[in-house]
Design a protein around this ligand. Sequence first.
Ligand SMILES: NC(=O)c1ccc[n+]([C@@H]2O[C@H](COP(=O)([O-])OP(=O)(O)OC[C@H]3O[C@@H](n4cnc5c(N)ncnc54)[C@H](OP(=O)(O)O)[C@@H]3O)[C@@H](O)[C@H]2O)c1
Length: 325
Amino acid sequence: MFAWLCENPTGTDAVTWQELPTPEPRAGEVRIAIKAASLNFPDLLIVQNKYQMKPPLPFVPGSEFAGVVEAVGDGVKHLKVGDAVAAFAGTGGFATHACVNAAVVMPLPPGFAFDDAAAFVLTYGTSHHALVDRAALKAGETVLILGAAGGVGTAAIQIAKAVGARVIAAASSDEKCALCRELGAAATINYTSASLRDEIKALTGGKGPDVVYDPVGGDLAEPAFRSIAWRGRYLVVGFAQGGIPSLPLNLALLKGASIVGVFWGDFARREPQANAKALGELAQWYAKGLVKPVIDQRLPMAALQEAYQRMGSRQVRGKLVLMND
Ligand SMILES: NC(=O)c1ccc[n+]([C@@H]2O[C@H](COP(=O)([O-])OP(=O)(O)OC[C@H]3O[C@@H](n4cnc5c(N)ncnc54)[C@H](OP(=O)(O)O)[C@@H]3O)[C@@H](O)[C@H]2O)c1
């Protein structure tokens, strides 16, 4: 097998493509021949030692992927050789093969494409958990999505639409805003060229959004929170801008608003049944065409460095997928 190996997490340049012995699955594991793996923001952070999870060295990055089960370890009941599957394993995906705990492997329903499946579980799982579970978003409510043209952002637009909410999508360029409108956003805000506060006020008649979905943080957080509606829910999803913002708590009091944390990985680990139910609903929505990953580019697995560069420079629209032939 071949894999991108991180022997020292000093940055993306230190990750190298190497031939490794093909592993045999241990008890409870399966070996997957990887067809497609997607790039998520944590994949960029983990090789720079900036992610909360620090795997033992060396490790193969690549948190989620899809492929075909090639070998099955003792005790695995729900998978067999030849099954098409998706896996959210945290690491291992930027490779031709991976042995993973069968508990994090889901059989794919018929008709689920490998590239879509590789770009599905983390982004859609996170945005569903955030909007449906944590914020209890209802039909007719307004949601403001920051970083809306990115991976979790595009998933959030589609999920909010599926729930029947009105979406205001905010992003850093007119091209990204155009993509968000194509995905069904009722209105967009380019926060590079316009004032976020003024635009939110104008687009909500001064009332503010009922829910704010924030995967960006930094200097967008406070103006967005200041604009939230009475009884609003502010979803803390991530800090792609790098800075972890502080919010004045008097604003929460004045708006009767909630600051709601979202940590999908721990939700999936602590509440596996609730997560399986959410992923089941998402798979049904995919089959009905209500949600579908927006794939920015499909690159060969060998082009991981180009993928890292594209994500780090904010060029990705939707998801980047790395493919094995
Ligand atoms: N809480 C959870 O459970 C959970 C799960 C998954 C991901 N996340 C987090 O959510 C965030 C987004 O993840 P993603 O996979 O959707 O990433 P992504 O596709 O790269 O999207 C991130 C967006 O953030 C914006 N951004 C602003 N400043 C940036 C910067 N300096 N560098 C890169 N992007 C910047 C970009 O939009 P504009 O250019 O339009 O500003 C970009 O589209 C990350 O912080 C990630 O760790 C959290």
